[in-house]
Design a binder for this molecule. Structure first.
Ligand code: AMP
Length: 190
C-alpha cells in the first residue's frame, strides 16, 4: 500500500494535484476540507460544528478531525492506498495517523510538500474565491489567519516527517502539468 501525505499551505494546489495523482496511482483521495464542506452542505452535526472554525480560518479541533479521518479510511477498507490532503495539520494529528495506520500494519510512506511563496498563495486564493464560493477564500484577513494557523501549528510537520526521512519538497510554482510531473517523479520512487 502507498500512503502519501500531500502537504503545503492553503492555496498550494494540493486538491488540484491530488485529483490527477489519485487516477494515475489508483489511490483514494481524502481531503478533510472537502469532507467538512460536504457536511456543512448537508447540515450535519459535524458540519455545524466545523463551520464555526472554518468560517474564521481556524483549525477544527483535533479530536473531531481525527475521528472523521479514521471513519473515511475505514469506509475504504479495500483501497490500494491513500492520498491525505489537508491532514495531518497538527502534531497530534500526525501522531494519531501514525498510530492508526500502525495498528493496521501500514504506514505513511512519504510527505510530499508543495512549496510556494506566500505572496503567490494569497493571489491564488483570492482568485479561487471568485468562483469557489468559499467564504474562507474571499476575505484577506481570514486568509491571513489560515496562514497563521499553518505557520504556527502545521509547518512543524515538515520536521516530524523529515526525522523519519519521509519529507520530499517540491517546487509548487509552475504549470499544473509540470507540477504533477515533479510529484510523479517522487511517487515513482516510493
Ligand atoms: P482546506 O480545504 O484543506 O483548505 O481546509 C479548509 C478548512 O477546513 C481549514 O481552514 C480548517 O478550518 C478545516 N480543516 C481541514 N482540514 C483540517 C485538519 N486536518 N485539521 C483541522 N482543521 C481542518
Amino acid at each position: 500500500m502507498k500512503n502519501i501525505v500531500l502537504f503545503g499551505p492553503p492555496g498550494a494546489g494540493k486538491g488540484t494535484q491530488a485529483n490527477f495523482l489519485k487516477e494515475m496511482y489508483n489511490l483514494v483521495h481524502i481531503s478533510t476540507g472537502d469532507v467538512f464542506r460536504f457536511n456543512i452542505k448537508n447540515a450535519t452535526e459535524l458540519g455545524l460544528l466545523a463551520k464555526k472554525y472554518m468560517d474564521e480560518g481556524d483549525l477544527v479541533p483535533d479530536e473531531v478531525t481525527i475521528n472523521m479521518l479514521k471513519a473515511e479510511v475505514e469506509k475504504n477498507a479495500d483501497a490500494n492506498g491513500f492520498i491525505f490532503d489537508g491532514f495531518p495539520r497538527t502534531q497530534s494529528q500526525a501522531e494519531a495517523l501514525d498510530a492508526f495506520l500502525g495498528d493496521k500494519g501500514e504506514q505513511i510512506n512519504a510527505m510530499v510538500a508543495l512549496e510556494v511563496p506566500e505572496d503567490v498563495l494569497v493571489t491564488r486564493l483570492l482568485e479561487r474565491g471568485k468562483t469557489s464560493g468559499r467564504t474562507d477564500d474571499t476575505d484577506e484577513s481570514k486568509i491571513r489567519n489560515r496562514f497563521n494557523e499553518y505557520n504556527t501549528k502545521t509547518a512543524i510537520l515538515k520536521d516530524y516527517f523529515d526525522a523519519q526521512n519521509k519529507y520530499y519538497g517540491i517546487n509548487g510554482v509552475g504549470s499544473i502539468e509540470d507540477i504533477t510531473k515533479r510529484i510523479a517523479e517522487v511517487f515513482d520512487t516510493l
